[in-house]
Write a protein that binds this ligand. Structure first.
Ligand SMILES: [Zn+2]
Length: 455
């Protein structure tokens, strides 16, 4: 019998076991895998959101009630006007559209041992060995001197070639085996193989020359154009179901496109609420949220200022933000079945038990963290309880084991109430991250309930 004094997390598979929920869960999972397959960079994610929002009648004119604005193709804000004044604050969900990957270096192309290679510089927290000896694709843009933008997406369709980074064979790895992981896999060896056949036009680096000839024929670019390029090396191939029961969702970039997709879906499903609903997608979270499109930038405040000017001219943005309730929608690290020792099992989340609240992030004595107020957590519990949505409260890993940060602290400075709240992801930051179909479903329900919540 249930013990009313003890808290017990609810399993999403049991909560949503009706045929109707199961069918909706399957549709959502398939849509997500498709989204994940096609959106592998922040630019592709923002373009996807822009395209879908415009198709649904969102306007770039702020005089309208449903608006969207992107910035530098890497950050985007959507808003739907509420029935109450902006003075009562917003219902804001923020997620990040960037993902750990390999960027091509400024001067990437070179030739060694009759193989053409491109040098890379990694972006965000990766385990370097996970990127070796696997099919890779290149996504991004090259901008010509005349301003023309050439879009690149190579390695995804069945008849495309792929790229790869080589690894040393086990027979000659005795030295490597004795090294620490940090020393065995070094960044300067993360060179992508791009060609092997020689050009007949030169005897100096003829293989690299051949690659340049193909780039020129395909995209109309020359080597100098690679300076004005944003080309990202990402894992090639589709996102897939994992498990005989197709219950898990596997693919690259789920941190944080799982939350991007869940928040976007919830935002679009939500009916207009009393408060204005906002969805905000940032770039550069994985490298500290710096720059023009990161959470430390002016994009949010400036865009909201324009929105206020159009909707309620005499309202101050600081008052709107200070009354705002927000979610930092970022993924959480649940208990890894094979590495349970790095978690405090009394404070760890489990896959399949719904989105996870993280009251604070940071490391070593909560350094670098913002922390959600007790009042806000209580309010949130009420919102979720009303809809019987499963959720978990957890910390990430054992104290002093490591840690992480999110955009929550950068947004908390405006005085808004904000908490990290998102589904669990296993193998986080790897080329093939894993999430639960049931958690995705519960997360969309939770975000939608948040958007439609009353005071
Ligand atoms: Zn993240």
């Amino acid at each position: 019998m249930d013990n009313p004094l003890r808290y017990a997390a609810v399993n999403c598979w049991e909560r949503y076991d009706s045929a109707q929920d199961q069918a909706a869960m399957d549709i959502l999972g398939a849509e997500f895998l498709d989204f994940l397959t096609h959106c592998k960079t922040e630019r592709e994610t923002v373009a996807w959101v822009m395209r879908h929002a415009l198709e649904r009648g969102f306007s770039q004119e702020f005089s309208q009630a449903q608006v969207v604005r992107s910035f530098r193709s890497k950050a985007v804000l959507l808003a739907r006007r509420g029935t109450e004044s902006l003075r009562t604050g917003l219902r804001l969900i923020a997620a990040h559209a960037d993902t750990p990957h390999l960027d091509l270096k400024q001067h990437p192309l070179h030739e060694e041992c009759r193989v053409a290679l491109m040098k890379t510089h990694y972006y965000g927290g990766i385990k370097k060995y996970q990127w070796l000896a696997r099919p890779l694709a290149v996504h991004g843009v090259v901008v010509l001197m005349n301003g023309e933008v050439r879009t690149v997406c190579l390695g995804e369709s069945d008849d495309d070639p792929v790229l790869t980074i080589m690894d040393i064979l086990p027979h000659l790895s005795s030295k490597q085996r004795d090294e620490t992981v940090e020393k065995a896999f070094i960044a300067e060896k993360l060179n992508v193989v791009v060609g092997h056949s020689p050009s007949s036009t030169t005897t100096t680096d003829p293989v690299a020359q051949r690659v340049l000839e193909i780039l020129h024929a395909t995209y109309g670019i020359i080597e100098e154009d690679l300076y004005s390029a944003e080309l990202q090396i990402v894992p090639a191939g589709r996102a897939r179901y994992v498990g005989l029961d197709r219950s898990l969702l596997g693919g690259y970039g789920q941190d944080d496109r799982l939350c991007v997709f869940a928040a976007y879906t919830a935002f679009m499903q939500a009916a207009p609420g009393s408060q204005t609903q906002v969805l905000l997608l940032w770039d550069r979270e994985e490298v500290g949220s710096e720059g023009a499109t990161g959470a430390k930038s002016r994009f949010m405040v400036d865009t909201l200022t324009d929105l206020i000017e159009a909707w309620e001219p005499h309202c101050a943005v600081r008052h709107v933000l200070a009354r705002t309730k927000a979610i930092s929608a970022d993924v959480h690290a649940p208990m890894d079945p094979d590495y349970q020792d790095v978690h405090d099992k009394h404070n760890a989340a489990l896959l399949g038990f719904g989105p996870v609240f993280s009251k604070f992030t940071g490391h070593r004595g909560k350094v670098g963290a913002s922390e959600a107020d007790a009042e806000y957590v209580a309010w949130f519990r009420r919102v979720l309880a009303q809809k019987k949505i499963p959720w978990q409260m957890a910390g990430m890993g054992k104290v002093d084991e490591g840690g992480g940060g999110t955009v929550a602290k950068d947004m908390a400075v405006y005085g808004m109430e904000i908490i990290d709240f998102g589904p669990g992801v296993l193998s986080m930051h790897s080329p093939f991250e894993i999430s639960s179909k049931a958690d995705l479903y519960a997360t969309v329900q939770a975000y939608q309930a948040f958007y439609q919540s009353q005071e």
